[in-house]
Design a protein around this ligand. Structure first.
Ligand SMILES: [Zn+2]
Length: 231
């Protein structure tokens, strides 16, 4: 079995780039909690406000609600810099405008590491990825590749083909559960029969398994997709 490498540690700032509210919480936030606990800076930037994401709710009501839930989620793992770019939810495309926004944000935040939404066709056999995620990840990759130096040393995605692991402890997992549960309105419509806290616990347990390919430690996995740094 190929072993996961240790996620790099010689960095100060990470920029998390995702399409929607809750994307950071479905897989990354336990690692984010560990990093902020270590005193690192983590910034979240979201292409959309997720305004099309709650069935039966008008976008004008849903967008601000989900931005609020996302800010509370971020705060639960020590992130207080959260920005929303205002691209239309469910209509994210790898457009020149989106790529320009990615580039501008990377230049402004000046991270050492960029972490993006997974952009492959499926999470697992029979579990297709969403088009917004695929388009968004393609825009991030294209913008990163086109940047002149100096640019962030690493671009990782949070997907099924992990190459690197971040070991997480109970406090990180608990914070990640709390973070996901902050998406209260969203989760209670998504699955009305399961309490939000239970949904969050189940999801975080799934994304922070004890990994045989990481010395049996509980870990969040990331796939290195591009970079010039040592990893
Ligand atoms: Zn999403």
């Amino acid at each position: 079995m190929t072993q996961l490498a240790e996620f790099p540690t010689d960095w100060r700032t990470a920029l998390v780039l995702v399409a929607h509210p809750d994307d950071p919480e479905y897989g990354m936030s336990a690692a984010v909690h560990r990093w902020t606990r270590q005193g690192r800076r983590v910034v979240y930037a979201l292409a959309t406000s997720g305004e099309a994401g709650i069935e039966g709710m008008a976008p004008s009501e849903c967008g601000p609600l989900r931005e609020g839930e996302q800010r509370a989620s971020a705060a639960a793992v020590g992130v207080d810099e959260v920005e929303f770019w205002g691209f239309p939810d469910s209509e994210v495309f790898n457009s020149p405008e989106l790529r320009a926004k990615v580039t501008e944000t990377i230049r402004r935040v000046a991270p050492d590491v960029v972490l993006a939404t997974y952009g492959g066709p499926e999470w697992a056999p029979g579990m297709p990825n969403q088009r917004d995620h695929i388009e968004f990840a393609a825009a991030v990759r294209a913008a990163y590749d086109a940047m002149a130096d100096p640019k962030p040393a690493w671009l990782f995605v949070n997907g099924p083909g992990a190459t690197h692991g971040v070991a997480v402890g109970d406090a990180d997992v608990d914070a990640a559960v709390h973070a996901l549960a902050e998406h209260r309105a969203y989760l209670s419509v998504l699955d009305p029969d399961t309490p939000v806290g239970k949904q969050a616990q189940r999801q975080v347990d799934m994304t922070t398994p004890a990994r045989e390919d990481f010395g049996g430690r509980r870990a969040t996995g990331f796939e290195l997709v591009a970079g010039s740094g040592d990893a």
